[in-house]
Ligand binder design. Structure first.
Ligand code: NDP
Ligand code: PYC
Length: 339
């Protein structure tokens, strides 16, 4: 472990997280949901969406934009559509509120959608994906953020960092899950580079003049880039459409305008889809599972690793020992107690 790192137990992190979220004004159910999510992310060594995010949530509450006590309202919209109005609360409680009906509808209709509206969204998507694969369903989730990212070929922001995540259940094994920002680097990682004064990787951002930069501050004043050139760029545009206009919510540009210089977590919508293999296949689910396992074996057999393998290894490593965390992040979180 480097001098910049320390460790914390899950129990201590949970106690600290819930305390500082309640002190920030969040109702106990929100404090619990936020903390549970960031502690899980820290345990999986997802630093950009781990304990660090408690600082963003505290800043959000301080600016008075979020409703820290919001009660989500579930709308059984259509045979295969659930909408949850987060009422300007953090998205996580809305996901919890909508999940049972989403899964029930997916099992009845074969596939179903959960649209969360009017939510502040700061979290990784894989915890939600895993909650759906745990029910034996295939999952796809996406959301926008603030317009920080230039479309391929452009130099000014038009898209959010727009993550997309997918999960495939694997009986008796961790699900096959990927979860990534469609920007070349997540904003959370960029912020961690800014905090630690370390340069960005090459090729992830341009400065205000549109020139490539590895300076996090220049990138913040300029634009982030999409991953994979035009391919990441059009995927990001699709996410803007599906998690924005399709579900009656904001694009990343509208979210940034709504932020109005506050510099806080984005507010917008999230779209989550669940597919029931049994409804598609009836009695042949076992055959399709075996076919999928063949694909996963082919990937690892080719010398590659499955997505989330790093995360699951970190989860195993940290299951019975304190989790690694950056010392400065932990100190800043502890300082929230003194405010
Ligand atoms: P990463 O680039 O770290 O990882 C992307 C995905 O690819 C992960 O599933 C990862 O698995 C997998 N992966 C990485 N390397 C390999 C490899 N060599 N072979 C196979 N698979 C691999 O993710 P990002 O930095 O883009 O995103 C981090 C998080 O940020 C995500 O959880 C995302 O949801 C979150 N985010 C949230 C936003 C929001 O608005 N709420 C906005 C943007 C991002 P593994 O983890 O095992 O390495
Ligand atoms: O890392 O890009 C990001 C992000 C935006 C909102 C939450 N995380």
């Amino acid at each position: 472990m480097s001098g910049d790192e320390t460790t914390i137990t899950r129990e201590a992190a949970t106690e600290l997280g819930e305390e500082v979220m309640r002190l920030a004004g969040f109702a106990p159910d929100h404090a619990r949901a936020i903390t549970a999510c960031v502690v899980r992310a820290q345990g999986d060594e997802c630093h950009s969406h781990g304990l660090y995010r408690l600082l963003s949530c505290a800043a959000l509450a301080e600016k008075g934009k979020v409703d820290p006590k919001a009660t989500p309202v579930v709308d059984d919209r259509a045979p295969a559509i659930v909408r949850v109005d987060a009422r300007r609360g953090i998205s996580l409680r809305s996901f919890e509120a909508g999940l049972p009906l989403l899964c029930e509808k997916a099992k009845t209709a074969g596939l179903a959608a959960l649209a969360i509206n009017n939510c502040y969204h700061f979290s990784a998507l894989w915890p939600e994906i895993e909650a759906i694969t745990d029910k034996g369903l295939v999952a796809l989730a996406m959301t926008v953020s603030h317009a920080w990212v230039a479309p391929a070929g452009g130099t000014r922001p038009a898209f959010g960092t727009n993550p997309i995540a997918f999960g495939w259940p694997r009986p008796g094994k961790h699900p096959f899950v990927f979860d990534f920002a469609t920007s070349a680097i997540a904003r959370g990682d960029l912020e961690l580079h800014r905090r630690s004064g370390t340069p960005l990787p090459e090729g992830v951002a341009v400065d205000a003049a549109g020139k490539p930069t590895t300076d996090p501050l220049e990138a913040i004043n300029g634009a982030m880039l999409t991953f994979g050139g035009h391919k990441g760029s059009v995927l990001s545009a699709m996410i803007e459409l599906l998690a924005g206009p399709l579900i009656g919510d904001m694009t990343s540009a509208q979210s940034l305008a709504h932020d109005d210089g506050a510099g806080v977590i984005p507010m917008h919508g999230e779209l989550i889809l669940a597919f029931d293999p049994a409804s598609f296949l009836g009695g042949t689910v076992a055959e399709s599972s075996a076919q999928a396992e063949g694909l996963f074996d082919a990937i690892t057999g080719a010398g590659a690793r499955l997505p989330s393998a790093r995360r699951y290894a970190a989860r195993r490593r940290n299951a019975d020992r304190p989790m690694p965390v950056r010392r400065a992040v932990l100190e800043d979180i502890a300082a929230l107690r003194e405010r």
